[in-house]
Design a protein around this ligand. Structure first.
Ligand SMILES: *[C@@H]1O[C@H](CO)[C@@H](O)[C@H](O)[C@H]1NC(C)=O
Ligand SMILES: *[C@@H]1O[C@H](CO)[C@@H](O)[C@H](O)[C@H]1NC(C)=O
Ligand SMILES: *[C@@H]1O[C@H](CO)[C@@H](O)[C@H](O)[C@H]1NC(C)=O
Ligand SMILES: *[C@@H]1O[C@H](CO)[C@@H](O)[C@H](O)[C@H]1NC(C)=O
Ligand SMILES: *[C@@H]1O[C@H](CO)[C@@H](O)[C@H](O)[C@H]1NC(C)=O
Ligand SMILES: *[C@@H]1O[C@H](CO)[C@@H](O)[C@H](O)[C@H]1NC(C)=O
Length: 535
């Protein structure tokens, strides 16, 4: 506590200094660089735009169905064999357009008891729907298909006059919408926490889709005049996102997924590949072709509104696709990755610092956090009630891992999904996926048994003010007791703040950051690691 007080004192001195520096904005000053400048931008990355959609002309709906479902804006009502009304667009892993999982994460939702208040909200939000990454190789695959046209038959007949219309990396219109919607949703939920006497500092990176995600969110949250209310601190993506700061994570990424993903792909797509191969003439159609065709369903749908690739596949094929994504993310930055905890540790430590009200006080190079930024109150403010940050899918998974959400640590066998699987890429990190952490101040302890009818009985009489953490992933509560026994089982899944902080103090040591990121260890076979640190 005394160190916190000391830091608060240093902070107040620093605040006074920076306040005068900031009056000289917008230009840079000699003491403070212009942290919030986002243009011109030399770090936007690849920014290829795709063809303009023409869904009014290309949409085959209503597919002979008697009920007409208008596109909203995507056309996703095509009949899928075996779906029985279930939605394949929620089985696309990180390529699923945003959705809130209807089944939740194991607990029900409850209103705040009367008199309790939300005092802070910390959000980590993924960018919205985007064109394929350059590394996915869909454009070169498409060139081969176009070269081979006039040989496709049956349900691949459409390939004879198909062309590739997608751009690369940047947000598609649906992605803009997802972030704008999230801004509006978060404003309704938390707008009251914004103190309009100063601008919020929000964090993202300069990569095009990241910056535009933040901007669209802010336009939703504040309206088009958002620049009057928020400053964007945008760092260089490749230098600042967890998986890149951690050398070993980058080095082992390929090795961590190649075998498990390849194995599962060959398994679940075997039958479909044999079927499609008969429809491709002289073109030597392989498992990889089937997989690329399947990926084009989500990508074409979000990019041009509809895709002929979707209904080539059955509902079961889409369950296989989802499981492939689950394996991929668990192995890249989840508990099945030797660097899973290390990659996300910086955010856990930043969260602890903000909640405790001090600048980051961990030694340099022990968490992946940028000490220059995180010890400067201009770039690491502590006086906000809202902390908004934008990031990537793998990064959100790694932060959940670094927190120690072992409820998502299930082992994923390469023979097929385990019973009662909890780790799901689509439910955790769909496009525009996010978590919101609420800090709640309650006049009394809240009973672990919550009544769905009356909130009058929610308090435990004779108890004093108590603070809680409520963790929400894609609008559903993640029960903290499932992973952190010390929280004690609660209907509402909350945890007392003091308990949660105590548990999280152990995250730093558990991540073994220096060893995991820079140590001399070798990559073991898939499955050797189950706890997010090197075996
Ligand atoms: C185009 O097809 C021919 C055979 O029809 C093949 O030899 C050639 O490699 C193909 N080119 C590409 C880019 O796939
Ligand atoms: C800030 O909020 C106060 C109280 O709600 C209001 O009177 C004031 O006009 C607001 N200022 C701005 C700049 O929005
Ligand atoms: C927070 O501190 C910054 C200085 O770093 C100052 O500009 C801003 O007005 C403060 N905001 C609030 C809400 O007090
Ligand atoms: C962190 O430490 C490792 C060695 O342990 C070193 O290779 C790396 O350059 C350091 N990174 C920074 C940003 O200082
Ligand atoms: C921290 O961020 C600053 C400002 O963006 C940058 O200049 C510096 O290189 C970063 N440091 C590390 C270790 O990444
Ligand atoms: C790393 O470990 C391997 C095998 O354990 C060893 O052969 C090698 O010399 C080590 N490298 C360094 C730089 O310590």
């Amino acid at each position: 506590m005394t160190t916190n007080k000391l830091q608060a004192l240093i902070l107040s001195v620093a605040l006074a200094t920076t306040a005068s520096a900031k009056t000289k904005q917008p230009g840079a000053t000699s003491t403070q660089p212009d942290w919030f400048q986002t243009s011109p931008n030399s770090y936007a990355g690849t920014t290829a735009t795709g063809s303009a959609p023409f869904l009014a002309e290309t949409n085959p709906a209503p597919f002979g169905q008697s009920t007409f479902i208008p596109n909203a804006p995507l056309e996703t009502s095509e009949p899928i064999e075996g779906a029985h009304g279930r939605n394949i667009f929620q089985l696309m892993g990180d390529q699923s357009p945003y959705f809130s999982p209807a089944e939740g994460f194991g607990v029900d939702e409850y209103p705040l008891p009367k008199g309790a208040q939300i005092t802070q909200m910390h959000m980590l939000q993924r960018h919205g729907s985007r064109y394929p990454s350059s590394s996915e190789g869909l454009d070169s695959w498409a060139a081969g298909i176009v070269n081979a046209s006039n040989q496709f038959t049956g349900k691949l007949n459409f390939l004879n006059d198909w062309s590739y219309k997608l751009g690369k990396e940047i947000l598609v219109p649906k992605g803009r919408q997802e972030l704008f919607d999230s801004g509006i949703l978060n404003y309704y939920n938390y707008g009251h926490l914004y103190d309009n006497s100063s601008k919020l500092v929000i964090r993202t990176t300069l990569q095009s889709r990241m910056l535009e995600s933040a901007e669209n969110f802010l336009a939703g949250f504040f309206g088009l005049e958002w620049r009057n209310h928020a400053n964007i601190l945008a760092t260089i993506d490749s230098a600042t996102t967890g998986e890149y700061a951690c050398t070993k994570a980058g080095e082992t990424m390929e090795a961590s997924v190649a075998t498990p993903v390849g194995t599962w792909m060959a398994t679940y797509l075997k039958e479909r590949t044999a079927e499609l191969k008969k429809l491709t003439g002289n073109y030597d159609w392989t498992i990889t072709d089937t997989y690329h065709a399947q990926s084009l369903c989500p990508y074409e749908t979000i990019s041009v509104g509809y895709s002929d690739f979707c209904d080539i596949f059955t509902y079961e094929d889409w369950e296989g696709y989802e499981y492939l994504m689950d394996i991929e993310f668990a192995a890249i930055s989840g508990f099945l990755s030797p660097t899973g905890r290390a990659q996300g540790l910086y955010w856990v430590e930043e969260f602890l610092a903000r909640v405790e009200g001090h600048i980051l006080n961990v030694p340099a190079n022990t968490t992946g956090a940028n000490i220059t930024l995180d010890t400067n109150p201009v770039t690491f403010p502590l006086n906000q009630s809202l902390y908004l940050e934008f990031t990537h899918d793998a990064n959100i998974v790694s932060v959940l891992t670094a927190f120690g959400f072992t409820q998502f640590a299930d082992f994923l066998p390469l023979t097929g999904p385990p019973k009662n699987q909890q780790f799901s890429a689509s439910r955790l990190v769909p496009f525009a996926g996010r978590f919101n952490i609420e800090i709640i101040k309650s006049p009394h302890k809240v009973s672990p048994t919550r009544s769905s009818k009356s909130s009058a009985k929610d308090y435990i009489s004779g108890t004093g003010e108590t603070h809680y953490v409520h963790f929400i992933q894609n609008q559903r509560t993640v029960p903290l007791h499932d992973s952190f026994g010390a929280c004690g089982k609660r209907d509402d899944g909350w945890c007392e703040l003091s308990t949660f902080l105590k548990v999280q103090k152990e995250s730093l040591a558990k991540a073994e950051y220096q060893y995991a990121c820079f140590g001399n260890w070798t990559m073991k076979d898939y499955g050797a690691v189950r706890n997010g640190v090197p075996a």
